[in-house]
Design a protein. Structure first.
Length: 160
């Protein structure tokens, strides 16, 4: 079984992951900011982390391997968020994942509104920010910090 300290860190990461998902849905559904496709992908690591930590808590085995998995999840999340920030800042071209389809064949305004509601939001557009930072920027920083913490816990892990 892992030490109480590691359990505290995992619980903090679990609570933060749950908070992040709830906050993302709050921004989307309560505040009305529709997310782009990359924003939706950036939620996946938090879901995976919740599942992984719950798995650790239930089986109480393979803790070191699962710590490494969480490290990899957030390292990949850091790169995904950094890529999103690059698109927002104009350093990287928007991929086909983000690009909207501009070939609209519409003949009336009702059909136009229907087609526009189906179109993906551009990953370049920042629709919500906190203290002037986009959520992708904040996610880059948070993912990097969590990956450092979990790597540190993984490298110092000793089964008691």
């Amino acid at each position: 079984m892992y030490e109480l300290k590691e359990k505290k860190y995992l619980n903090l990461i679990l609570y933060f992951s749950i908070f992040s998902i709830v906050f993302a849905y709050y921004v989307e559904f309560v505040l009305g900011h529709k997310p782009c496709n990359l924003c939706l992908l950036e939620r996946v690591p938090y879901f995976l982390t919740i599942i992984t930590i719950v798995f650790i808590s239930i089986i109480k085995r393979f803790e070191k391997i699962l710590l490494f998995i969480i490290f990899i999840i957030f390292l990949l999340s850091t790169f995904l968020s950094l890529y999103h920030v690059g698109i927002e800042r104009g350093f990287v071209e928007e991929s086909s994942l983000c690009a909207s389809n501009s070939n609209l064949d519409v003949f009336d305004k009702e059909q136009l509104l229907k087609e526009l509601s189906k179109m993906p939001i551009s990953c370049k557009n920042i629709t919500f920010s906190i203290f002037g930072l986009s959520l992708a920027t904040i996610n880059t920083f948070v993912s990097f910090v969590i990956s450092l913490i979990t790597f540190n816990k993984f490298s110092k892990y000793e089964k008691k």
